[in-house]
Design a protein around this ligand. Structure first.
Ligand code: SF4
Length: 490
């Protein structure tokens, strides 16, 4: 998968002009949000459950070094092998070397954002090993060489005609069909064959339990379970923040994760692996390798402000709440993580240089923060990244700002910084919009900055400011008695 984060604006504009994407985005986030809300209502006290999940994540991140050491000790005691990968290259090298040492020609993979982060598929292919994604959506995205559109539906936006074409090209399908069930069955038979004599399976990890050394995966298709139970060697790649202290914590996080991600009280399959299979067991891998990936997370952890991003459980709920994702979809984010989740993780893991537009593609509406089961304050983090990004050059560093735009920003900052200037400006704008509401002046202003108005409206200002209305209200109530302050204005 190519990383295209630095092309956020360009791809966002393409997606804004893509009628199919726009139609799709009218439905997907709303549907998932409604499902999440309904599923949360099944908690006896939804707010308490939400807060408890956030508290577990905050506690786990606060005690990360201690929990990871405990996890490693218990995983080793269970018979697993644990490898600490400092970066993507170290993790990829470990997997490729292991595959070569075992004479593996192909591997199967369960859906995992972490292996997208590693660029593992490219590394495997370059080393002569064929990777097969086994989640249906990931399989389609892999064949089309596309990034995921949505974390819980990587190829949910791809039309059946396109799926049929690519399945025909790649030999998944014998005869063309647009029947989604037949397409699903073709993929299933094709992939089932890969599991038959499987040497190595690779999965991510949703939750790791420090107390027991257990790795947990949750899914709906059963393909991860196949990866885990059919392979002789299983490699589980976990980002180091996935650990929680106890199994009770893990079970609560599973409840929260499934509700937040797909609106289910539990995923269809939940697998818990504590070490490779024991001598009396039939299923399971003979070898279990757990790769604990750093890849920039220690630096994230070292900064108390960015540490909070490590709480993320990759549920995707923030994508469905985000007005920006709701307009542009997943492709513009250009990497494994999209939506607000991507906006807080990508700059931290890949650096600010390529993420300049990404950290500014936010209205700071706070909906992601409200909905996040991990208790992450995305707006605060984005402001922090923005501040860091401009530190080298306080005058709107980078992101293509021309001198006219810079001047406009400076003038605006000057006006916005003085009450008197601000009042004069808003009065002037009000006079103009009152006189030419929706008329030629507005259109002329919009023509002056076509880029800015390409995907934005210029709503008319309210006829009276809040302060004017407040003063009027005070005037008519009780001769301006201060006791009336705080009463509703309507
Ligand atoms: S940032 Fe929060 S809401 Fe978004 S994916 Fe992570 S845990 Fe879920």
């Amino acid at each position: 998968m190519k990383v295209t984060t630095e092309r956020f604006k360009t791809i966002a504009l393409e997606e804004l002009a893509n009628a199919r994407t726009q139609k799709f985005l009218q439905i997907l986030p709303k549907t998932l949000s409604a499902r999440r809300q309904a599923a949360y209502a099944s908690f006896p006290d939804p707010q308490a459950a939400h807060r408890y999940g956030a508290a577990i994540r905050a506690d786990a991140v606060a005690r990360l070094p201690e929990l990871l050491e405990r996890f490693e000790k218990n995983a080793l005691d269970n018979g697993a092998k644990v490898f600490w990968a400092s970066d993507a290259q170290a993790a990829n090298d470990y997997i490729v070397n292991l595959a070569h040492a075992q004479g593996v020609r192909y591997v199967t993979k369960g859906k995992s954002m972490i292996t997208e982060e590693l660029g593992l598929n490219d590394q495997l292919r370059d080393s002569g090993i064929i990777p097969w994604e086994t989640d249906l959506g990931e399989f389609i995205a892999q064949l089309l060489d596309r990034p995921p559109f949505h974390i819980v539906g990587p190829a949910i936006n791809i039309p059946v005609e396109q799926i049929c074409d690519i399945f025909m090209q790649k030999g998944v399908l014998d005869a063309p069909t647009l029947d989604p069930v037949a397409l699903g069955l073709a993929a299933r038979l094709f992939l089932r064959d890969k599991f038959r004599d499987l040497h190595m399976g690779i999965t991510g990890v949703n939750i790791a339990v420090a107390d027991t050394g257990t790795v947990i995966n949750v899914e709906n298709e059963g393909n991860i379970r196949f990866n885990k139970s059919s392979a002789r060697t299983l490699v589980c790649v976990m980002s180091l923040e996935k650990v929680v202290p106890t199994m009770a914590d893990a079970l609560h996080m599973l409840r929260v994760l499934c509700r937040s991600a797909t609106g289910q009280s539990a995923g269809a399959y939940i697998s818990m692996d504590s070490g490779p299979k024991k001598s009396a067991e039939i299923d399971g891998p003979e070898e279990l390798h757990i790769i604990v990936l750093d890849n920039g997370r220690s630096a994230l952890y070292a900064d108390p402000q960015t540490r909070e991003a490590l709480r993320c459980i990759r549920c995707g709920a923030c994508l469905n709440a985000c007005p920006v994702y709701g307009k542009v979809g997943g492709y513009p984010y250009g990497w494994a993580y999209s939506g607000p989740m991507g906006q807080i993780l990508t700059p931290a893991l890949r650096g600010l240089a390529d993420s300049s537009d990404l950290i500014r593609a936010c209205t700071l509406c706070h909906r992601c923060k409200t909905i996040c089961p991990a208790g992450i304050d995305h707006p605060e983090l984005l402001l922090y990244y923005r501040a860091k990004d401009v530190q080298a050059d306080p005058l709107l560093k980078g992101h293509g700002a021309g001198s006219a735009e810079q001047l406009a920003h400076r003038v605006f900052a000057l006006i916005a910084g003085h009450v008197l200037y601000w009042r004069l400006l808003t009065k002037g704008v009000r006079m103009i919009t009152d006189r030419f509401a929706d008329g030629p002046v507005i259109h002329k202003i919009a023509r002056l900055a076509p880029g800015w108005f390409h995907s934005r409206d210029l709503p008319a200002l309210a006829r009276k400011s809040f302060h004017e209305r407040w003063r009027e209200k005070e005037h008519v109530t009780d001769g301006g008695a201060h006791a009336k302050k705080g009463s509703t204005l309507d």
